[in-house]
Design a protein around this ligand. Structure first.
Ligand code: SF4
Ligand code: ZN
Ligand code: ZN
Length: 314
């Protein structure tokens, strides 16, 4: 196959875009999609200070690499989840990446916060650990961004992540989630505050970010989390991969159609019926509950359990 842009031998075939690219033209394609994603959704400008959440995986490191290359002011944030089987490797990948590319890095250790994931899991066995872990990560993304004055918080979610989540929210007709899913969540000042959140890779598939990370020589982390199951999420991604193979380009059309025509409708309903928020009595961040936010409640439960017995860490 020949490169669609320059006629050299192609190294990446992209049926969704009816194209194939050599390495140089693939990098140009990738940059073009990131820039289009930033421009179309007005995510941020070069005046912004951007905190990029770095898990150590290919997407977040590819995002930090590309934004730095494009001249944006980027700082990394890594949440060390304290999971012995996977967190040290994730942290080492982030540390190594930031050192190699001269990127400032902030690390938040969940063990020091009384929220190491194995302890949370042991204390709250009746709750799905991934939803608690997601809540904890989002809490610290928001908190560090607000406390340290960053104007934007960026995550490496790609098009496949977004479409799988949208599909799952649609299957449940979850209006609260459908009303604010998308590449941009505006900052809010009241109730303790929400940082502006963006997903600049929303136009790029997992295949495209994986190729980008590989061709750029990015050393990422892929030791799976021992608690990872993700069955329904993976199943939805597989369904979409089959659909995309039969109908190239469908995934991006579906997601863009939602952003243009679906989300505004759900946002209108949620604005009328949305939850009342107030600042958490302990950390001051927004919550819909009477006193403590979800993460401060988890911390209190873990603290009580810890006094009793030490959980066995995997
Ligand atoms: S798989 Fe679940 S527990 Fe493990 S890091 Fe991901 S969200 Fe957290
Ligand atoms: Zn080319
Ligand atoms: Zn709180």
């Amino acid at each position: 196959m020949k490169c669609t842009s320059c006629g050299a031998i192609a190294v990446v075939a992209l049926p969704s875009h009816h194209s194939g690219f050599c390495e140089v033209c693939f990098f140009n394609f990738f940059t073009g999609q990131v820039e289009k994603g930033i421009r179309r959704q007005k995510l941020f400008t070069r005046e912004d200070t951007i905190l990029v959440a770095l898990s150590g995986g290919k997407d977040s490191l590819a995002l930090a690499y590309e934004l730095t290359r494009l001249g944006y002011a980027v700082t990394g944030l890594h949440i060390d989840l304290g999971i012995p089987a996977s967190s040290p490797a994730a942290r080492a990948a982030v540390d190594g990446f930031c050192r190699r590319h001269g990127l400032a890095l902030i690390v938040k250790e969940m063990e020091a916060e009384g929220l190491a994931i194995p302890r949370v899991r042991a204390a709250l066995l009746n709750r799905p650990i991934c939803s608690l872990c997601g809540k904890i990560k989002r809490h610290f993304f928001n908190r560090v961004a607000l406390e340290q004055g960053f104007t934007v918080l960026a995550t490496g979610h790609n098009l496949d992540d977004e479409v799988a989540r949208l599909f799952s929210n649609t299957l449940r007709w979850d209006i609260a989630y459908l009303s604010d899913q998308g590449p941009l969540l505006e900052a809010e000042e009241g109730h303790g505050g929400f940082a502006r959140k963006v997903k600049p890779l929303w136009r790029l598939s997992e295949f495209e970010t994986a190729n980008y990370a590989f061709l750029r020589g990015i050393d990422y982390h892929y030791a799976p989390c021992p608690y990872s199951r993700g069955a329904s999420f993976t199943f939805h991604k597989k369904l979409w991969a089959d659909l995309e193979e039969k109908m190239p380009g469908r995934k991006l059309d579906f997601y863009q159609g939602f952003l243009e025509r679906g989300r505004p409708v759900f946002a209108g309903v949620e604005a009328r019926e949305g939850a009342f928020l107030r600042p958490c009595a302990s950390c001051g961040l927004p919550t819909s509950s009477e006193e403590l936010c979800g993460v401060c409640r988890i911390r209190a439960i873990v603290g009580r359990e810890k006094k009793g017995s030490e959980p066995v860490l995997p």
